[in-house]
Design a protein around this ligand. Structure first.
Ligand SMILES: CC(C)(COP(=O)(O)OP(=O)(O)OC[C@H]1O[C@@H](n2cnc3c(N)ncnc32)[C@H](O)[C@@H]1OP(=O)(O)O)[C@@H](O)C(=O)NCCC(=O)NCCS
Length: 243
């Protein structure tokens, strides 16, 4: 049985009729080229996503070119890589990473975003929350690093909670995935305290340069707004099709 189509207009007035699984999701308008989120109810305007959020102690936003030196302070410090399989970045790699995560220019090609975590008190970047779509534009992988002098003060938890809210509320992401070293208890606790659920554990998933093969728990969180779809119902209840 085919599902009814969902009709809406882009803000450039281009008309769309999409399948139900696009409802609430990010799409790129083929007419004006702008990324918009498909409205969940007929007649509502499309949503143009924004990325900035403020928490009690932090400001979260996308990293931009002028942030590269502060981002590189974090990227290049081996002390932030205790549980990582990658090695510290060169300045060129940091700049490339920021460029790839610029919205919409870099994002169009890479499907990646790099959120910076700024401490309000000092105005300095103290961490990063990189996000990459694995299934455009439904499902993302999320990572997090808080520069070691600021670790253990709850900033990681605050930042991941804020980015999770942006991904769900602004970008309509269906599912957020996160993996980490099974021995990285701080990261495991962080993810669980934000609301991620452990879906399983991948054995010998990462190859660490000194510790060898590492098991990795697999965490995920679903968008609460998609509860109906997960229960097997239509994204728009009672939608009777295109008149
Ligand atoms: C892992 C990391 C992001 C955590 O960020 P953080 O700001 O240090 O973590 P928080 O202070 O928010 O603490 C997160 C949770 O871990 C708990 N925690 C803190 N220190 C801990 C420790 N030594 N052992 C176990 N749990 C600990 C906290 O109690 C908190 O749980 P709660 O919210 O239930 O109280 C950060 O330490 C980091 O960047 N480490 C290096 C990079 C890394 O490992 N990234 C993860 C790769 S996916």
């Amino acid at each position: 049985m085919t599902q009814p189509l969902h009709a809406f207009h882009c803000r450039c007035r281009a008309p769309y009729e999409v399948e139900q699984h696009f409802v609430g999701r990010l799409i790129k308008c083929g007419w004006c080229g702008v990324f918009v989120v498909v409205p969940r109810r007929a007649g509502e305007p499309v949503h143009v996503p924004t990325f900035a959020r403020t928490t009690d102690r932090l400001e979260i936003d996308l990293a931009v070119r002028r942030d590269w030196r502060q981002v590189h302070e974090i990227d290049r410090d081996p002390e932030n890589y205790g549980f990582e399989i990658s090695s510290p970045n060169t300045p060129r790699e940091t700049r490339r990473r920021i460029r790839a995560g610029r919205f919409p220019s870099g994002f169009k090609k890479s499907g990646r975003l790099v959120f910076k975590v700024v401490l309000k008190e000092t105005g300095k970047v103290i961490g990063l929350v990189p996000v990459g779509y694995v299934l455009p534009y439904y499902s993302v992988n999320l990572g997090v690093v808080i520069h070691h002098p600021h670790a253990g003060k709850g900033y990681g938890r605050e930042a991941v909670a804020a980015v999770t809210a942006i991904l769900f509320e602004e970008l309509g992401v269906f599912k957020i995935n996160a993996m980490c070293d099974s021995l990285n208890l701080r990261c495991v606790n962080l993810l669980e305290s934000v609301g991620f659920e452990r879906e399983g554990e991948a054995r010998s998933w990462f190859l660490h340069p000194t510790r060898g093969w590492i098991n990795s728990p697999y965490f995920a969180m679903f968008n609460p707004a998609d509860a109906a779809i997960r229960a097997g119902r239509l994204a728009v209840p009672g939608e009777g099709g295109i008149p």
